[in-house]
Design a protein around this ligand. Sequence first.
Ligand code: NAD
Length: 260
Amino acid sequence: MLKGKTALITGSTSGIGKAVATRLAREGCNIVLNGFGDAGEIDALKRAIAAEYSVMVGYSSADLTRVPAIENMMTYVDTEFGGADIIVNNAGIQHVAPIEDFPVDKWNLIIALNLSAAFHTTRLAIPGMKKKGWGRIIQTASAHALVASPYKSAYVAAKHGIAGLTKTVALEGATHGIRCNAICPGYVHTPLVDAQIADTAKARRISEEEVIRDVILDAQPTKEFVTVEQIGEMAAFLCSPAADQINGALLPIDGGWTAH
Ligand code: NAD
């Protein structure tokens, strides 16, 4: 379905991004990975995806909190792959603390990575997409793009910002064959959530088991985590012709959390 196209998936060395990259590769799409991690493991991931799906796989180690690094990454995608046809703005971090104790440097970092990086990749990719008359921009947003939770001020602010960016880009790209949508997952058991469980336990002064039972699964009516594979399927669907008229949408995949 996506043969000959290139997808850049930020934060794809782990968790959701890795699953989305693998799923898009299954559609025949060339893949550019990004994110941190062990060099050997990243190289093995590159080789595994390339071998299994017979696609080209590149990698950028860009720290997306730094604008020049994002610009270099986008130049690399242009030079080596002829530009990104699909961008999945997925890299993200979390920090949990009451607002009066929220470290200012953590606020700045979360806004830079979870919000501003998506602005930069998008502004740099849009001219190429317009020229080709086709583009798909997908945000890994969050249920926190739709509702808030205590102690997550920076994350909730960034994700609500992503919702606004999504709608704006959807309007600007609409007559150029460009679609921009946000996937809004509930809790997915990835390394990001593992860290959050520990932080939430500290902030609420309860045990990690209580966080999983009373905070995480309490918010999610199905009492089950969303899986990374389910998000990969949603991303692939958003790149398919069946989704051509889905634009500017904030799509929950949260077991009913935001139905509350
Ligand atoms: P994860 O921690 O497993 O993966 C995060 C990825 O981002 C990694 O590849 C990491 O190397 C990369 N990354 C971190 N800092 C970076 C930086 N400065 N520059 C470039 N890359 C960087 O997390 P995940 O759970 O897979 O989260 C992915 C996205 O999904 C995030 O935007 C997160 O907010 C969102 N999300 C996660 C959940 C969940 O429950 N896990 C729910 C809703 C939304």
